[in-house]
Design a protein around this ligand. Structure first.
Ligand code: G4P
Length: 297
């Protein structure tokens, strides 16, 4: 079980962020395409606020990755949403290598203008250069490895990209910058921070694990009541039957119910909320509760 939401975290203090921005801008000059990986479960919250400015003039692709964990209906809505905004869009599950066939088509479509320009100039076999970018934990390395077909992409998070730029060939006329560009998430909006913490993408020190899990359960009760009932047997009836005292909240009562189901009790029978919260977050992140999207267009 992983109840450490910050395992892929970078502390984005301003100096770090500036350095990453400069490196990103340098790298962006070298490529034709900006392939932005987002988490399909929260595509807006997992986007970087400055990417549109940094990638101005480049062919744009949005990869809704981890689509296997997201709600199918929301996946369709997000695909239309980004298509309408002029992006080429792919839905992928990089972990299981699904949806990858569409990636090449989307990238070539995004590079259409460049390819036409090159053709007019008589450049044959012109090569399209692309850069993979995204905030930590959206699956950049997994995506590169899956598309390239062997484990050539470096894993681990570094700000921006490394100095000595290397390219990986992907098929005949496509090249990826070997190291993905790590972007910083939106910090200002607490709601965004909360969603990224649910996903395990940031370590929000302000949010206590128990609070995070309780709030996630409350959100699931509103948006996915059937899944909550199936996984934890929680509905309004169960909630009203659960012990209610003047201090208890729906969040704590839901955690109580789950703790008793899972035997998360300390010595003396006291409820181990931390352990229970870890189970809930882990169940959610691994898709065991079901396919859930945290936001819809
Ligand atoms: P990053 O480079 O953007 O930081 O992300 P990375 O590829 O390291 O992926 C982060 C986690 O997300 C990994 O899980 C990875 O397996 C998982 N992942 C990536 N793409 C997908 C996807 O499309 N679907 C699903 N379900 N998971 C995906 P991990 O638990 O950190 O590692 P591991 O135990 O899976 O190796």
């Amino acid at each position: 079980m992983s109840d450490n939401p910050g395992r892929n975290t970078i502390n984005w203090y301003p100096g770090h962020m500036n350095k990453a921005r400069i490196m990103m801008e340098e790298s962006m000059r070298l490529v034709d395409l900006c392939v932005e990986i987002v988490d399909a479960r929260a595509p807006l919250s997992s986007r970087n606020p400055d990417i549109d400015r940094m990638a101005k003039g480049k062919g744009r692709v949005i990869v809704l990755n981890k689509s296997d964990l997201a709600d199918n209906n929301a996946n369709s809505l997000w695909t239309s949403y980004f298509s309408d905004k002029g992006f080429q869009v792919c839905l992928t599950d990089s972990k299981n290598k699904s949806g990858l066939k569409d990636v090449n088509v989307a990238l070539m479509a995004a590079a259409g203008e460049k390819l036409q320009r090159d053709a007019k100039r008589g450049i044959k076999n012109s090569s399209v250069k692309a850069m993979i970018v995204g905030i930590p934990n959206v699956g950049k390395s997994t995506f590169i490895n899956a598309v390239v077909g062997k484990n050539t992409a470096k894993t681990g998070n570094k700000p921006g990209v490394t100095k000595g730029k290397q390219w990986i060939s992907v098929g005949k006329n496509l090249e990826f910058l070997d190291t993905p560009g790590i972007l910083w998430p939106k910090f200002e909006d607490p709601e965004v921070g909360r969603k990224l913490a649910y996903l395990g993408s940031i370590n929000d020190e302000i949010l206590v694990t128990e609070e995070l899990a309780g709030d996630l359960l409350l959100k699931l009760k509103e948006d996915y009541p059937k899944l909550l009932l199936e996984r934890y047997k929680i509905d309004d009836k169960a909630l009203s039957e659960a012990e209610e005292d003047s201090f208890s909240t729906p969040q704590s009562r839901m955690l109580d119910i789950i703790a008793r189901q899972r035997g998360c009790l300390k010595k003396g029978g006291e409820i181990d909320y931390f352990k229970t919260a870890g189970i809930v977050l882990d169940d959610f992140r691994s898709g065991r509760i079901g396919r859930i999207s945290l936001e819809k267009p």
